[in-house]
Design a protein around this ligand. Structure first.
Ligand SMILES: Cc1cc2nc3c(=O)[nH]c(=O)nc-3n(C[C@H](O)[C@H](O)[C@H](O)COP(=O)(O)OP(=O)(O)OC[C@H]3O[C@@H](n4cnc5c(N)ncnc54)[C@H](O)[C@@H]3O)c2cc1C
Ligand code: HEM
Length: 463
């Protein structure tokens, strides 16, 4: 008999389809991926261990990372794209230009350094990133490339302060962290390919229907070109769409949340057209989808994924809060509840600029008879005169806690929110002030993650 001492066992991710379990033992941790359907253990990584000295050195770099983190990741991406221009086909260039990706990577590296003596603490964040990587198609062989230029970037930015021992410690830590990503992504690749209707990489879909939902949002109903079955998904998950746009030098990959419930003979995505403004160019993919893609055209999609999913086992009320096109994952959740759990109390709050920008209003209202405990509230930040006459909205102006308290009857609920970052910051701070535990708050960013703890701007609704 083998006896081993276990300090803690943590379920880092659990969906109806697979679970990731981390077991902390003295000196490190190991983790496992459990496939629910086939009751199989598909990944069992070796024990993850770092020496005490490495942990000490990495921890000593935390204050430096706090100051120089974004400079390091900016330098890293310069080096990466200079030496591997082929990777320009998989990264989102708008996120690079706005430095959101550099900031997200810097935050991830900082969090890894902070928790280097207890890496299971960052596994939920790793899981969210791993979903994005799997959806895009990141492979194990990409990791040494990223590791190499991350170390060179640390050296370039820190200069002499990056001693040999610091670089050696980071090389060792990177290998450990990369192995955690690679192991978790291997489980996700396996699961998304092996499931009924699943596939590897990208699959061709035909645009069966294109439907205008508002002045700026259109839905695309997509069916597999091969006529084969469709993989299931959890409400809240997204797909990646990969496009070659005529005239564009690089392949464009973007994520779109599935906006209808699973179990339909199609996937539906609903896309907001990102118009150009004097200070920023028009969105490449959304404008192309709106203007050029028509019924009968082909779109290439990766299998659904994502960590932002409706907890279907919790019987407590569900509060769904969205702004603009952030309504898409909420529609999947709402339609799923109508199909599978109609007695569950649901509070649906959606904020839009005005009635012209408000997508899926009739679809939400059509679910009222199916969900007897559904309450719906629409908020318009700048209602038109005809909105005011028709009185379709319940609140005018930005979301705020006093108003939210008047429509949300309980704090003992699961809260899901998605929308422009300003709205997400407002909702997050309001819920935190109200005492909602972090475990009951679930949110999705429509871009690389940012900190929600910073002070919020007025909560814009988006389109
Ligand atoms: C998990 C997830 C789910 C998502 N779900 C949805 C969804 O359901 N529906 C939806 O519509 N979107 C969704 N998105 C967002 C979507 O993936 C795209 O980001 C969005 O459609 C914009 O892509 P684009 O190619 O049109 O714009 P891009 O060309 O990527 O540009 C994006 C923005 O950056 C600005 N920009 C570009 N270059 C610069 C520059 N040099 N300086 C300043 N600004 C610049 C553009 O003006 C634009 O506003 C989701 C994203 C994620 C991560
Ligand atoms: C340990 C190593 C890595 C870390 C810590 C890391 C971290 C991150 C983070 C924090 C994000 C943003 C996710 C989000 O907020 O949604 C991200 C996205 C991404 N990563 Fe990684 N990553 C690593 C390795 C890699 C590798 C090896 C590649 C392949 C070259 C890669 C390619 C990407 C791409 C293409 C995106 C999406 C970018 C975008 O949409 O703008 N990453 N990664």
């Amino acid at each position: 008999m083998v006896l081993c001492h276990i300090n803690s066992l943590q379920v880092c991710h659990r969906s109806l389809r697979f679970a990731v379990i981390a077991i902390t033992q003295p000196g490190g941790f190991s983790y496992y991926t459990w496939l629910m359907e086939s009751k199989q253990l598909v990944t069992m990584e070796g024990m993850v261990m770092l020496s005490k000295e490495t942990i000490r050195i990495i921890k000593s770099t935390v204050p430096v990372l706090e100051i120089h983190g974004v400079n390091i990741t900016k330098r890293f991406y310069q080096l990466l794209f200079l030496n591997h221009p082929e990777l320009l086909h998989i990264f989102n260039h708008a996120n690079q230009k706005q430095e959101r990706q550099q900031t997200a990577l810097a935050n991830a590296v900082y969090a890894a350094a902070m928790h280097i003596d207890h890496l299971p603490a960052i596994l939920p964040a790793v899981k969210q990133i791993a979903h994005k990587h799997r959806s895009i198609g990141i492979q194990a062989e990409h990791y040494p490339i990223v590791g190499k230029y991350l170390l060179v970037a640390i050296q370039d930015v820190l200069g002499e302060a990056a001693t040999e021992e610091i670089i050696a410690a980071w090389a060792e830590a990177y290998k450990v962290i990369a192995d955690v990503f690679i192991g978790m992504e291997a489980g996700m690749y396996e699961q998304s390919a092996r499931q009924a209707g699943g596939w590897e990489g990208y699959r061709d879909f035909v645009v069966k229907r294109k439907v205008k939902e508002s002045d700026v949002i259109s839905s695309f109903y997509l069916v597999p070109r091969d006529g084969g079955p469709l993989a299931g998904f959890e409400p809240g998950q997204y797909v990646s769409v990969k496009l070659e746009i005529p005239g564009e030098e690089y392949t464009q990959i973007r994520q779109y949340s599935l906006s209808d419930a699973p179990g339909k003979p199609y996937y539906r995505i609903s896309v907001k057209r990102e118009e150009g403004h004097p200070d920023r160019p028009a969105g490449k993919v959304s404008v192309y989808l709106h203007r050029q893609v028509k019924e009968g055209d082909i779109l290439r999609l990766s299998a659904p994924g994502g960590a932002f999913t409706l907890n279907r086992e919790d019987p407590r009320p569900v509060v769904l809060i969205s702004g603009g096109v952030g309504i898409t994952p909420m529609m999947s959740m709402l339609n799923t509840l109508a199909d599978t759990d109609p007695q569950r109390p649901v509070i649906f709050i959606h904020t839009a600029v005005n009635g012209n920008m408000h997508a899926m209003r009739e679809e939400v209202k059509s679910l009222l008879p199916k969900l007897p405990h559904l309450s719906v509230y629409f908020c318009y930040t700048r209602p038109t005169d005809s909105d005011k006459t028709a009185r379709v909205h319940h609140h005018e102006g930005y979301l705020n806690l006093p108003w939210m308290k008047t429509v949300i009857p309980t704090t003992d609920a699961q809260f899901y929110f998605c929308g422009p970052v300003s709205l997400m910051k407002t909702v997050y701070r309001a819920l935190k002030t109200w005492g909602i535990p972090a475990a009951d708050m679930h949110y999705e960013f429509f871009g690389p993650a940012v900190s929600l703890d910073d002070v919020a701007e007025p909560a814009g609704a988006g389109g």
